[in-house]
Design a protein around this ligand. Structure first.
Ligand code: C5P
Length: 220
């Protein structure tokens, strides 16, 4: 039999990482966070001292990108060169630099191959993979494809509850800047054909996880 592939896309602050991980856990599936790879690669490029505005220099560091991710939802970690960077890739410095590398087609092709390899390698009955272009580019043939949305207001509120030490205004400013940059690269605001839109604006966390789990159970 073939493992069930669940593709989840959505904007920053939609809750897709935490929802996807909890849904994977409930289903007994693996969980892949693709944003973590873009973040880890941005960190790697910075560590190689390359100018992020020099695409050729950034692309040159791809072959030495030694990336490891824990896809068990109970054991999620990210390592670069054997060093645990799970927390470091969430710092505002890394978050602000990801767009510079994520917009490069060579980087995207390289990472898309890597993501497909991880999906193919799951030993569980399925894998939930989450990002911006999973339903459209990485796994367009996934049995379950979901666009997780929420109103801008709800997304800002969730993000500022997550981030401490900066004002709600600053968080909102960063989030809309990132949405704007990201939407130039991939369209994650409108559902492609065959993709189910799940609007979590009026759902709490558990209800959103439950909705994903039910979608998977109804299809797979
Ligand atoms: O999901 P997360 O916020 O961690 O993603 C970090 C960044 O990685 C996004 O802002 C985007 O630039 C990039 N990304 C992407 N395609 C994906 C996942 C993430 O371009 N599938």
């Amino acid at each position: 039999y073939k493992p069930v592939v669940v593709a989840v896309d959505g904007p920053a602050g939609s809750g897709k990482s935490s929802v996807s991980r909890a849904a994977a856990k409930a289903l007994g599936f693996d969980y892949q966070d693709t944003g973590a790879a873009y973040r880890a690669f941005a960190l790697h490029a910075v560590q190689q001292n390359v100018d992020l505005d020099d695409p050729a220099a950034v692309v040159k560091t791809l072959p030495t990108f030694a990336y490891e991710i824990g896809i068990d939802p109970d054991d999620h970690y990210v390592r670069v060169d054997g060093v645990d960077v799970t927390d470091e890739i969430r710092t505002p410095r890394v978050t602000a630099s990801v767009a510079h590398v994520a917009k490069l087609p060579e980087v995207r092709h390289y990472l898309v191959d890597l993501f497909r390899g991880i999906i193919a390698g799951t030993s569980k009955p399925g894998i939930v993979t989450e990002g911006r272009d999973i339903t459209t580019v990485v796994a367009p043939n996934a049995q379950v494809r979901i666009l997780l949305t929420a109103s801008e207001e709800a997304r800002m509120a969730r993000r500022s509850a997550e981030i401490t030490g900066q004002s709600a205004e600053e968080t909102a400013r960063q989030l809309s800047k990132r949405d704007q940059q990201d939407s130039k690269v991939v369209d994650f605001m409108t559902a492609a054909e065959g993709v189910t839109t799940l609007d979590s604006t009026n759902l709490d966390f558990d209800q959103t996880v439950q909705a994903v789990v039910e979608l998977v159970r109804s299809i797979a």
